[in-house]
Design a protein around this ligand. Sequence first.
Ligand SMILES: [Zn+2]
Ligand SMILES: [Zn+2]
Length: 189
Amino acid sequence: MSKQRILLISCGHFEKDLLESLAHDICREFGYPVSYKECCLEMSGYYHPGRRQYNANDILQATAAVSEPDVVKAIGLHRVDLFIPILTYIFGQAFLGGDTAIASLFRLRNELYGLEPDQHLLTDRFRKVVLHELGHSFGLIHCMNPVCIMRSSTYVEDLDQKKSHFCSTCAEKLLQLRGQYDNDCMKPI
Ligand SMILES: [Zn+2]
Ligand SMILES: [Zn+2]
């Protein structure tokens, strides 16, 4: 089966405007049509009471289970605080070359850092995390270019320094990597 779309799985009751904006940017960067659906994962099983956070590895696996067979990649969108055992927190998670990814806007909110809420900045940061994690799922590794979307980000300030695009090197690599997904409708970006 030819896989011809990327799926956004909204697990945090995200507004339609945000989903459509993300879909637009994903389509621009990856060259695939994007669809989205609501999904209410039962999150309590992934909660770690000691850390008061949610286990990203478990949620990533659960996301794969609610994906659809004809999608090239799926990404779950969340509002909860994510962790993996070796890190205090993460913005998102993906397996390199895997089918699914996840992203959360919990740590992207200005309020968490004692600043005024900024919806525009929040959306911008979330967009960058989503594109970054999808990049990993297509097989892209971290990039040293300071403004490339595949630059590693530990803090929100790192995200704010990046653009919402791949650098020319990563864009070229992505084209090569996409070739393995056997998509007849694929057009060069
Ligand atoms: Zn990364
Ligand atoms: Zn790059």
